[in-house]
Design a protein around this ligand. Structure first.
Ligand SMILES: NC(=O)c1ccc[n+]([C@@H]2O[C@H](COP(=O)([O-])OP(=O)(O)OC[C@H]3O[C@@H](n4cnc5c(N)ncnc54)[C@H](O)[C@@H]3O)[C@@H](O)[C@H]2O)c1
Length: 315
């Protein structure tokens, strides 16, 4: 396949790019390098099947020529950090909703019919149904990130209906693993490197979260593209288990060999838009024959090991 990957220099996009190249596809990678990292492109750049374009998705002029002729666009570029949404009230809209519309317009004018999109479990807000299935009642939004992602999903669905496109929309839980750059594990590891005797924790540590190993996520994306063939395929991507933030702290501290004093900010939400309980019903993805290979604990431990090795490169 001739693939376009937006966000190809990010945590997930770079690993997906490497996987697509290994599978024998060609990849046109697009990234503005706002959070992307040149070192994540190392393997891809050695492949003659990869072409990189440092382009911002808000630059509508450049996009149609880059996507024209592609079989599919994997649209992963985004402002991926839910926590700081209210510090920049329009950023999620610009980077996630408007950028997605720009990608869709470039696809429409360039004659590209298939899109795979990285959405998020955050679109469920504080879900009433847990485990949360894909077709739960339209949720109340609690974060600008979630709001922008469900808006992006909606545009994708309308473009499928209006312009004969086909979509795979993946709602991920938080991912972990190699090239992990943002989230609670990196926050905690950084803190514990600076002061191993104290760990500041947002919330009260009882928040329940489901996490997924990033390679399991990528395997699910590849599997769904082969086996799900509706016009619009909406799929939760998560684990069959969850843990508390305190569980995760225990695993991280044991791995690092530290016993810090835990200092909680209090309340069962770490920040505005934090969800005290995220647990997705992933039976639709399971029915396609996919299953996670690592437990949440193993994912956390593997992420800690990666961060210890790559610390000098942490941004
Ligand atoms: N990592 C997770 O736990 C997680 C969970 C749920 C959903 N997601 C979604 O998966 C996708 C990838 O997330 P990630 O963790 O790899 O994030 P990331 O920040 O590592 O990657 C995003 C990439 O997009 C690029 N980018 C951002 N805005 C751009 C723009 N306007 N034009 C061009 N490039 C731009 C960045 O430079 C970066 O390389 C995102 O859509 C995110 O919302 C991630």
């Amino acid at each position: 396949m001739r693939c376009v990957v937006t966000g190809c220099a990010g945590f997930v996009g770079s690993l997906l790019t490497d996987r697509l190249l290994r599978d024998g596809h060609t990849v046109v990678g697009i990234d503005n390098m706002s959070t992307g990292r040149e070192d994540f492109l190392g393997a891809a750049r050695r492949s003659p099947a990869f072409a990189f374009h440092r382009v911002d998705l808000l630059d509508t002029e450049a996009l149609p020529d880059l996507v024209r002729g592609a079989d599919i666009v994997f649209h992963l570029a985004a402002n991926a950090d839910v926590r700081f949404g209210t510090d920049h009230p329009t950023r999620d809209f610009e980077q996630n909703a408007r950028a997605t519309l720009n990608v869709l317009e470039a696809m429409r004018t360039g004659g590209v019919k298939k899109i795979a999109f990285s959405s998020t479990g955050s679109i469920y807000g504080e879900a009433r149904e847990i485990p949360t299935p894909e077709f739960t009642a339209i949720p109340v939004q609690t974060s600008l990130y979630g709001a922008s992602k469900i808006a992006a999903e909606s545009f994708i669905e309308a473009y499928c209906e209006g312009f004969g496109m086909q979509a795979w929309i993946f709602r991920f839980v938080s991912l972990m693993g190699e090239r992990y750059t943002h989230g609670h594990v990196v926050d905690f590891v950084r803190q514990l490197r600076t002061h191993p005797d104290r760990l500041d924790v947002l919330g009260d540590g009882t928040q329940r979260k489901s996490y997924l190993y990033v390679d399991d996520c990528i395997e699910a994306i590849v599997t769904a593209l082969e086996r799900a063939d509706a016009k619009v395929n909406v799929l939760n991507l998560g684990h069959d288990e969850y843990c508390t933030v305190n569980d995760s702290i225990g695993w991280i501290c044991a791995r690092l060999g530290v016993q810090p004093k835990l200092v909680y900010s209090g309340g069962n939400r770490g920040w505005i838009g934090d969800n005290p309980f995220i647990f997705l019903d992933c039976s639709a993805m399971r029915a396609l024959g996919w299953a996670p290979t690592l437990t949440i604990r193993e994912s956390v431990e593997r992420t800690v090991d990666y961060l210890r090795e790559s610390e000098p490169a942490l941004r």
